[in-house]
Design a protein around this ligand. Structure first.
Ligand SMILES: Nc1ncnc2c1ncn2[C@@H]1O[C@H](COP(=O)(O)OP(=O)(O)OP(=O)(O)O)[C@@H](O)[C@H]1O
Ligand SMILES: [Mg+2]
Length: 286
């Protein structure tokens, strides 16, 4: 994959008009005609209907439907090979679904007439392997997409990068290259990088599974902070305690389908399906 396509796909643009900065550095939806009260459900940010994905003769996603409202944190768990990464990659069209509908922040990603480059600007993605550009400093990794896509001038992007580095606790690492950073620090830079474009939805694919245990907490804390600002997030994770703490909804995927979903209490304490129970008994609190 070329450097450009790597950054173009997951690192996306800005919807500055629709979100406003809060004093604590977070963002909230700008006021609209219809006031959002504490109890009113947020707007639908992600809608997936009947999603299928095959690689040749291998059927990987077999009819996935789900929704995420604004501010929802959805954690996806499930055995290896069940299609979790493929599902996330279908949301921003890093994989092209075989059939079905994906709508993110009002953009129908599966419509062949959609402007994908524009549509992808509302989605940030963080991978297990941080995928930072090795030849760029932390600051320049964060500045790259906004400047390259012409969304920000260099000076504005630099100010944003420094603000984001501060937010992920890495103000002192702005001029460090990835090889000078620990895994946890690299992943925090990767998170800052995907926030540089002010995404509306963040996707995380096992963001801590390549990390040494002592670095997992620092990355999870950054993700928790992000959740507290109302960011809509879909997170594939094996960190069950984290999922229990942060998720509004837990989805258990198996064999390309959603086998069950519900609140963390429902899925972790009262799984309906025997298969979920078995999976959880192997993984919970490890
Ligand atoms: N580009 C591809 N070409 C062919 N097969 C693929 C491709 N990507 C994924 N697969 C297959 O699709 C299935 C689901 O893979 P996927 O990576 O989505 O699973 P996963 O649930 O994320 O697993 P893990 O927990 O190990 O990350 C696997 O059988 C995998 O080999
Ligand atoms: Mg995976």
């Amino acid at each position: 994959m070329s450097k450009r396509s790597l950054i173009m796909a997951p690192e996306t643009g800005t919807r500055i008009n629709k979100r406003v900065q809060t004093n604590d550095g977070g963002t909230v939806r700008a006021p609209t005609d219809a006031p959002v009260t504490e109890n009113s459900p947020g707007r639908k940010k992600v809608i997936v209907r009947d999603l299928y994905k095959s690689f040749g003769t291998l059927d990987v996603l077999k009819g996935i439907s789900m929704e995420a409202h604004e501010g929802d944190v959805i954690c996806i768990v499930g055995p290896s090979g069940s299609g979790k990464s493929t599902f996330l990659r279908c949301l921003n069209m890093l994989e092209k679904p075989t059939s079905g509908t994906v709508i993110v922040d009002g953009h129908e990603m599966t419509d062949k007439h959609v402007n994908l480059n524009k549509a992808r600007r509302s989605i940030g993605m963080v991978f297990q392997q941080f995928n930072l550009f090795p030849h760029l400093t932390a600051k320049k990794n964060i500045m790259f997409a906004p400047v390259d896509l012409g969304v920000m001038h260099k000076r504005e992007a630099e100010a944003k990068a420094l603000e984001l580095l501060d937010r992920v606790g890495l103000s002192d690492k702005a001029d460090s290259h990835p090889w000078q950073l620990s895994g946890g620090q690299q992943q925090r830079v990767a998170i800052a990088r995907s926030l540089a474009m002010n995404p509306d939805v963040m996707l995380f694919d096992e963001p801590t599974s390549a990390l040494d245990p002592e670095m997992i907490g620092e990355v999870l804390n950054v993700i928790k902070e992000l959740a507290s600002t109302g960011m809509t997030m879909i997170i594939v994770t094996h960190e069950m305690n984290f999922a229990r703490e942060i998720a509004k909804t837990v989805i258990f995927m198996e064999d390309g389908k959603i086998l069950e979903q519900g609140s963390p209490a429902d899925v972790f304490q009262n799984p309906k399906e025997e298969r979920t129970r078995k999976f959880l008994s192997l993984i919970v609190d490890k």
